[in-house]
Design a binder for this molecule. Structure first.
Ligand SMILES: [Zn+2]
Length: 479
């Protein structure tokens, strides 16, 4: 019987988390990989020559922001889908405001699979638990797979943070936490507190690298302590990113910044934590503001950065070069052996589950910086495929993703590993980025059974995820 393919990728060096499969042809039909063989002689509607290039499973970015944080709540178009497609991402998980992602869907989608969390407001000890339960319920009914505690930015008190995690566990949904409460900042102490507040419930600890900036103790020691904490809490899943700049919101209430991260950053830079302090930080090139340039968010500093911020502080995103390279490296590459000893010699299990971008509309560095780690010798290509695709897919129970083999979803990325560039992105068997242009359209939202009615009403293609298939709930309930 002659097979034909919708898409045939020829002569690629095929790599997934199981290893390097050598140079092979990969045939795709109906959105699924149907053949991986040394040479396929059949014809295809689209043929791609990938000679000299590496074929990886599409990136599953476990922490992104599809909406501009500062402009959330607005309809219109988000360039983030396009930016992700260019970066080789085929599945992304929104970590702030899934409602806005859905509002912007029809104007923005570029062929990716998208799932997301809905950020919760800051609670106080006076907030009734019924209110928190309602917020969790409406997040799920609106299509999110779970909730995000925005602690570091907009902290709740410790007790309410714990109640929110418990309500999420009760609802059986995904729960992520940007560590930090009214008692502890977004640092190692906040991270330790977050693990305690989870009290054995399933928890996704966001961007572990971002808590480790040397604010509590010496930087290497902070990293070691964080890795030990994660080892002691196998019920907690986590991801780390590799971006030097952070992100926070520029809004003020009088002379006080509403986002606690801004205050932290100014303090770290040795500036007064006021409007005047930020102005000085701009002048010194320490503070940056994101300027929108034809769909690209570009960090600008100096007078220019200050001008962008001053135009509309409440809707401005600020960033500071506070993410330490060492923490990105250690959190991404550290493994531990059976005894819990942290190792960097290529043996043992990764401590932090995944490499994410915490990007979306900017800083989509998963492959760029991930391939830099491969060039450096810190990760092998299969390990990179593990941390950027197989492992994050497993967290959410996204079956069929993270593997290049017959039967797997045809979510693929062709990279020039030497140049660290993405040459082609394929999602659900269709080219969504051709190396020059983003040509993907539509896409799929992955939701829970609670979200299907809302998505049907919005006319957004969707499918239902069983979170009990994922590592998040499996690990969280194994303790
Ligand atoms: Zn984030």
């Amino acid at each position: 019987m002659t097979r034909t393919f919708d898409l045939l990728i020829r002569r690629a060096c095929v790599v997934d988390a199981d290893g390097e499969q050598g140079v092979a042809d990969v045939g795709v039909r109906g959105g699924v990989i149907t053949a991986v063989e040394p040479e396929l002689t059949e014809s295809a509607t689209t043929e791609i020559d990938a000679d000299g290039l590496v074929l990886l499973p599409g990136v599953v970015d476990s922490h992104v922001h599809l909406t501009d944080l500062a402009a959330h709540g607005s309809e219109g178009r988000s360039p983030a889908h396009e930016r992700l497609a260019r970066a080789g991402v085929t599945t992304a998980v929104e970590f702030f405001d899934f409602r806005t992602v859905l509002d912007q869907w029809h104007a923005s989608a570029a062929g990716l699979t998208i799932l997301g969390l809905q950020g919760l407001p800051a609670y106080t000890d006076g907030t009734p638990s019924a209110r928190i339960r309602d917020d969790v319920g409406s997040a799920l009914r609106d299509g999110a797979i779970g909730i995000k505690l925005l602690g570091g930015h907009f902290p709740s008190d410790p007790g309410s943070s714990a109640r929110a995690i418990a309500e999420g566990a009760d609802a059986g949904c995904y729960v992520a936490f940007h560590a930090g409460t009214t008692a502890n900042g977004s640092n190692l102490d906040g991270m330790r507190e977050a693990l305690q507040l989870a009290d054995g419930h399933p928890l996704h600890l966001a961007h572990t690298n971002a808590y480790l900036r040397g604010a509590v103790t010496e930087l290497v020691e902070e990293n070691q302590l964080a890795l030990t904490l994660l080892h002691q809490h196998p019920e907690v899943v986590s991801e780390a990113h590799l971006a030097p700049l952070n992100l926070c919101l520029g809004g003020l209430d009088g002379d006080e910044f509403t986002d606690h991260i801004v205050v932290n950053c100014l303090r770290m830079g040795g500036y007064p934590t006021t409007r005047a302090g930020l102005v000085r930080a701009f002048a010194d090139g320490f503070a940056h503001c994101l300027r929108q340039d034809a769909g690209q968010a570009v960090p600008v500093t100096g007078d220019e950065g200050r001008a962008v911020w001053e135009r509309d502080p409440a809707r401005a995103s600020l960033c500071f070069p506070v993410n330490r390279r060492l923490s990105g490296f250690m959190q991404s590459c550290a493994r531990r052996d059976e005894s819990g000893t942290v190792r960097f010699d290529g043996t043992g299990e990764f401590v932090v589950d995944a490499i994410s971008s915490d990007g979306g509309y900017w800083r989509n560095l998963v492959l760029d910086q991930g391939l830099a780690l491969v060039q450096f010798g810190a990760l092998s290509l299969p390990q990179l495929a593990h941390k950027t695709s197989r492992a994050p897919a497993a967290l959410f129970g996204l079956r069929g993703k993270g593997t290049i083999a017959p039967g797997a979803d045809a979510d693929l990325v062709i990279v020039d590993s030497g140049q660290r560039t993405v040459r082609l992105t394929v999602a659900a068997g269709t080219v969504i980025f051709d190396g020059e242009h983003v040509v993907g359209q539509g896409g799929t939202v992955v939701t829970t059974e609670h979200g299907t009615a809302a998505l049907r009403q919005r006319r957004i293609p969707h499918r239902v995820l069983d979170l009990t298939d994922g590592e998040f709930l499996r690990r969280g309930s194994a303790v």
